[in-house]
Design a binder for this molecule. Structure first.
Ligand code: FES
Length: 121
C-alpha cells in the first residue's frame, strides 16, 4: 500500500509528463492502418521523424493512428497546429513528407498541391 505522499508524488510526475506533451505546438498524425502501410505509410512516417530530428524541431510530435477513412488517398498525413486546425496531406511519399516539414512546419507555408483540397479541385 502506498502512502498519500507517494501517491501525490506519482500524480505530480504524471502531470508533469502530460504538461511536457502539451508543450508540443504541432502534431503530425500518420494513418497506419493496413491500407496506409500497404500504400507506403511506413517510409513516410520515417522520413517525417528523421527530418524533424535533423532539424531539431522539438515542438513537433509525430504520432500514428489507424484508419483515417479514405484508403484510396493513403498514405495520409494530418498536420494540426497549436490551435487544433488541421491540414490533410494525401498520397504522401517520403520526398513529399520532407517538403511538408521544410515548407509547412518550418516556414509556415502549406504545400497546397499535396492537400486533399487540391485533389477535389
Ligand atoms: S482502412 Fe483504409 S482508410 Fe481505413
Amino acid at each position: 500500500m502506498k502512502s498519500l505522499a507517494e501517491l501525490a508524488k506519482i500524480r505530480d510526475e504524471a502531470k508533469n509528463k502530460i504538461d511536457l506533451r502539451g508543450k508540443k505546438n504541432t502534431r503530425i498524425v500518420v494513418g497506419m492502418a493496413t491500407c496506409g502501410i500497404a500504400a507506403g505509410a511506413r517510409p513516410v512516417l520515417l522520413a517525417l521523424v528523421e527530418e524533424i530530428k535533423k532539424r531539431n524541431l522539438n515542438d513537433v510530435e509525430v504520432v500514428q493512428t489507424g484508419c483515417i477513412g479514405v484508403c484510396v488517398l493513403e498514405p495520409i498525413v494530418e498536420v494540426y497546429n497549436e490551435t487544433g486546425e488541421k491540414v490533410t496531406y494525401i498520397e504522401m511519399t517520403p520526398e513529399k513528407a520532407r517538403k511538408v516539414i521544410a515548407d509547412h512546419i518550418v516556414n509556415g507555408k502549406v504545400v497546397s498541391e499535396y492537400t486533399i483540397g487540391a485533389k477535389k479541385a
